[in-house]
Design a protein around this ligand. Sequence first.
Ligand code: TLP
Length: 349
Amino acid sequence: MAELIDLRSDTVTKPTAEMRKAMAAAEVGDDVYGEDPTIQKLERIAAEKIGKEAALFVPSGTMGNQVAAMTHLQRGEEVVLEAESHIFYYEVGGLALLSGAQARTITGRKGFMEPERIAAAIRPDDLHFPRTGLLCLENTHNRAGGAVLTAEQTGLMAQVAHERGIPVHLDGARVFNAAIALGTDVRELTAPVDSVMFCLSKGLAAPVGSLLAGKQEFIDKARKVRKLLGGGLRQAGILAAAGIIALEQMVDRLAEDHAHARLLAAELANIPGLTIDPDAYPTNILICSVAKLGISAQRFSALLAQHGVLANPISATELRFVTHTDVTKNQIITAINIINQIVKAINQF
Ligand code: TLP
């Protein structure tokens, strides 16, 4: 079989040759002692680029979000967040398990939660109620198909929480994709929030790592929480060296992934039996329904895999396709042809 075209996630991206070189040459020290110069450099660059006072390197996006939640919250508090958000949907119940918090979900539209609904979800002071301790946002929104929140939308949602003294955390795993899609400085998207997590290891192609950013005082507290979770790393500069290249060289090229996603969406929309809105996906994540084909997304995914195209089912009827730096335009075209053939074969029965 020909090479695999892996559209399961941008997490599958491999470090570039330059990253591997920088990793081999990285100056390192023990970061738990605060002695790793490359980690310190990455944290400085990251804080500056994301527009916050300080940043903390964490091994994964999940740890970054959970460290943020634990740092913001007291046990028994409630967190308001979108019903399909990564923190609620994919983080192993961490809010309950690690923060002792309860989730209050709101169904959003493309990741945007109506400010009135956020206001209504925030608990008034009452003997019976938990205290609302945190509002979480997600940009881009993974399960909403890489949907983008504008700075204005982010500000409107954050304002509702801030007016009531509640902090706001942004799961910005792919916030650079949002900034590129909107053509804005990423700092405009993060300015309204108190803390933000973003990933180096997705579209930016670093092998490992995310950053949590916020005020210096918040990051000082978060550092201790990270230690508690086993995230105090030693010669982590080897990872940070790749992260610096990710931030300095891999952000602008995300536009290419978005163009590939648009091409893929437009072509999938022309295939009878597949349902996808070609104009609904501004970044690198597409969601396509196979309901009309009368087979499950799981089965369709297995058929694709047999022909060398990998895409994950995300519900009984929908598959997710994610474009990234390790998939070329030619591979996207090959994937479209393969998908077309498979659908034709199914439609013949
Ligand atoms: N998302 C992964 C899976 O967990 C679903 C993917 O393939 O998309 N926030 C958002 C919005 C994410 O999409 C992810 C990863 C994370 C946080 C967690 O990052 P990691 O995988 O580094 O823990």
